[in-house]
Write a protein of this length. Structure first.
Length: 318
């Protein structure tokens, strides 16, 4: 079975497992951010729903204590990915590869590394220059797209350099043009057309940063129409990160629109951050743990998880 990028992946590789899962079951693959081994261990108890770990540049950057601004090298992902694999074999690993590095040489190294680490899929964004997070509305003009021919070369190298990791393009055209929704969709489809012709990937991830799901839905329809019109065989699968609009649309509806993978980008990182802030305020206000105890997980849960016991965390009040 060939991938959309026209490869036959190594048998039973992580990429092949993800591809078989997409084809074999009529529901979306749900991925959620994994920030450390503990969250990975907890995730295994919910692996029938959350089937993949999302390793984001924001999550890794925050873990290391610096800003999400292309400061990472692919090697910065190694420890977290290995930590996850040590504790869990139930979930796949999907990686945010930023822009793949400054040239195709960086991209080649990155994807060889991802392949070695057993990454199922990695997504490269078509932006360049200094990075600003895509949900940072203050960035505006600082979001800049890479030249299509240069970016296509990166994707071709990512595909050709290994045969175990699926390759996705994270379309940032919608982010760059978020103030004009017609342009956001049109330019995204223009990029789809170019990349299918010059460096056909396995996925297109449509990135959007507003609360309404209307544009991701419209993009998916335009994408289907384009694929049908040109009769493109084995087209790339669609992926979305509904961080800003998930409260206004269900996973089922997104799947019906055509999205095969749905990624909750930094949900657990944000929950963890909020929980820590609330806990610190609680202790400060009450001068003890008295009011916080009932909100804390049992120490036994953490010990059991780290010892890889099979007790289900749902029996605990977390």
């Amino acid at each position: 079975m060939k991938t959309p990028s026209n490869r036959i992946l190594k048998h039973n590789s992580a990429g092949e497992q993800l591809l078989n899962r997409i084809i074999g079951i009529s529901r979306p693959v749900i991925a959620i951010d994994t920030i450390d081994a503990l969250s990975a261990a907890l995730l295994t108890n919910y692996s029938s729903f959350f089937e993949a770990n999302w390793i984001s540049s924001l999550g890794v950057s925050s873990r290391l204590g610096f800003s999400d601004a292309y400061n990472l090298s692919p090697r910065d992902y190694i420890q977290l990915i290995n930590d996850i694999k040590m504790i869990s074999t139930k979930t796949l690993i999907v990686v945010d590869a930023d822009n793949g590095g400054q040239s195709f040489k960086n991209t080649s190294y990155a994807f060889k590394l991802y392949s070695t680490l057993g990454v199922a899929a990695a997504f490269v964004e078509n932006k360049k220059g200094v990075k600003f997070n895509s949900v940072d509305l203050h960035a505006k003009k600082f979001h800049t797209l890479e030249d299509k021919d240069i970016f296509a070369e990166k994707i071709k190298v990512a595909i050709s350099t290994q045969n175990t990791t699926l390759v996705g393009i994270r379309l940032e055209d919608g982010i760059v043009n978020h103030s004009d929704e017609e342009k956001a969709v049109k330019f995204s489809i223009d990029s789809v057309a170019y990349f299918i012709e010059h460096s056909k990937p396995d996925f297109f991830l449509f990135h959007w940063n507003k609360e309404s799901p209307a544009i991701p839905q419209r993009f998916a329809k335009k994408y289907r129409d384009y694929i049908k019109k040109l009769n493109i065989k084995n087209p790339p699968y669609l992926v979305c990160i509904p961080t800003t609009y998930s409260k206004n649309i269900t996973n089922r509806k997104l799947y019906e629109c055509g999205y095969n993978i749905i990624i909750y980008g930094n949900a657990l990182l944000r929950v963890q951050t909020q929980a820590i802030c609330e806990a610190l305020e609680n202790i400060k206000r009450n001068d003890s743990l008295k009011k916080l105890e009932e909100k804390m997980s049992p120490t036994k849960l953490i010990l059991d998880l780290m010892e890889k016991r099979k007790e289900n965390s749902e029996q605990y009040k977390i």
